[in-house]
Ligand binder design. Structure first.
Ligand code: S3P
Length: 448
């Protein structure tokens, strides 16, 4: 999984309205957590709707290497035989987390609570992403960590016999850091937690509670929220259903919003308010988006989404909104490029350390397709074309699934076809993306 030698370029052609009722794959964040928390629970779990993208398969493979059976069943569900907190085995192989930051960072938290040694690595993109943000709190809990250059994978992690509980003030708004501390905290005496000044996705907290853990979320003394988990308690295995991924739905939804006359229905989309920032933005831009039949699925709110196409206008998105749509800025920038007027997206520093430097990749991709765009500090400014963008460009995806999908959507709403240099990494989060969008009436195909 770490070496990919051949590029798979794809091209998206100007398309008319999209129609259909489609289910997008399971939520990536929830799928990782379903596997990891089921592994830490006692007993057998059945997981429905697990995302079978490469990132999640990396988490499953790492768990198997640590002695946790985690297998797909013939009916498409997944079965995990939980070993309990502290019950994982020392892996005899290097854990390769491929392109997946969530696998690497959450697994660091899980392994912190096992008195074992593990080596972890990833692909060229993951091995460039910052890991100090997780190793820092874990070393305060007593974990021994050796990172390449003190910051990066590959790393060696050695869990202590007994972890120390901590309260960690998070310097970055990151659900992965929060989750790593909470997962490690399951093995520590007393309670452990984080203080976050900006709320980040709370899927770990919700699933921990669902499996019987005690998780508290209170106002912190100096401001922000303090989120804690009580350690040394058993988690009880329970069946889980994974919601459809709102971050994956974002691509067909934005495409439909940009193509007048479109109408799509997407069932059981996760509507956790810490994930739906993009939908609020699209609605403010004038898109017709409605959620019906709200309900709960394994501790997460879901609803059936309908979107209709029309004309969009530019928007200003303040930095406070970033955690609720951190993965959606590339597709929002594409929508902004087709909107009427200027859009300004503020406080996007974290985009520089995602699967690629997304801030630069988005700006370069838009410029290559005739859109006027600028980066000022951590802000992105896009001058909307008020309809179809010129297009005709070649976009460098930098091994980044969301850059690839965003610019394929741009091609649908362009005057001339848009080519992306590689769609290999789309499979990390959205296997079947091109077929799904094609089935709605879009024209996307392999390019030479
Ligand atoms: C994720 C958190 C976010 C997000 C990533 C998934 C998670 O990362 O970008 O795709 O599942 O916790 P950060 O925690 O780095 O913001």
């Amino acid at each position: 999984m770490s070496t990919v030698s051949t590029l798979r370029p794809f091209r998206a052609f100007p398309s008319e309205a999209l129609y259909g009722n489609v289910r997008v794959p399971g939520d990536k964040s929830m799928s990782h957590r379903a596997l990891l928390l089921s592994a830490l629970a006692i007993g057998e779990s059945r997981i429905e709707g697990l995302l079978e993208g490469e990132d999640v398969l990396c988490t499953a493979a790492a768990l198997r290497a640590c002695g946790v059976p985690a297998e797909r069943q013939s009916d498409g569900s997944w079965q995990v035989l939980g070993r309990g907190v502290g019950g994982l085995k020392e892996p005899s192989e290097i854990l390769d987390l491929g392109n997946s930051g969530t696998s690497a960072r959450l697994l660091m938290g899980v392994l912190a609570g096992q008195p074992i040694r593990a080596f972890m690595t990833g692909d060229a993109s993951l091995n460039r992403r910052p890991m100090r943000r997780v190793s820092e709190p874990l070393s305060r809990m007593g974990v021994t960590l050796a990172l390449r250059g003190d910051r990066f994978l590959p790393l060696l992690l050695e869990g202590p016999e007994r972890l120390l509980p901590i309260t960690y003030e998070m310097p970055v708004a990151s659900a992965q850091v929060k989750s790593a501390v909470l997962l490690a905290g399951l093995a520590a005496p007393g309670s452990s937690g984080v203080i976050e000044t900006q709320a980040t996705r709370d899927h770990s907290e919700r699933m921990l509670r669902y499996l019987g853990a005690t998780v508290t979320d209170e106002a912190a003394e100096g401001g922000g929220r303090e989120i804690r988990v009580v350690g040394e308690r058993e988690l009880k295995a329970k069946d889980l259903t994974v919601m459809a991924d709102p971050s994956s739905a974002a691509f067909p939804v934005a495409a439909a919003a940009l193509l007048p006359g479109s109408e799509l229905q997407l069932p059981a989309i996760g509507i956790n308010p810490l994930r739906t920032g993009l939908y609020g933005c699209l609605a403010e831009m004038g898109a017709e988006i409605a959620f019906a039949n709200p309900r709960e699925q394994s501790g997460e709110p879901v609803a059936d989404l309908t979107v209709k196409g029309g004309r969009l206008k530019g928007i200003e998105v303040l930095a406070e909104r970033a955690p609720s749509m951190i993965d959606e800025y590339p597709i929002l920038a594409v929508a902004a490029a087709c909107a009427e007027g200027r859009s300004v997206m503020r406080g996007l520093g974290e985009l520089r350390v995602k699967e690629s430097d997304r801030l630069t990749a988005v700006a370069e991709g838009l410029a290559a397709n005739g859109v006027t765009v600028a980066i000022e500090g951590d802000d992105l400014i896009v001058e909307g074309c008020g309809g179809r963008v010129p297009g005709g460009g070649l976009v460098a995806t930098h091994r980044d699934h969301r850059i690839a999908m965003s610019f394929l959507v741009l091609g649908l709403a362009a005057e001339q076809a848009v080519t992306v240099d590689d769609v290999t990494f789309v499979d990390t989060s959205f296997p079947g993306f091109a077929a799904l969008v094609t089935g709605l009436g879009a024209k996307i195909e392999a390019a030479s």
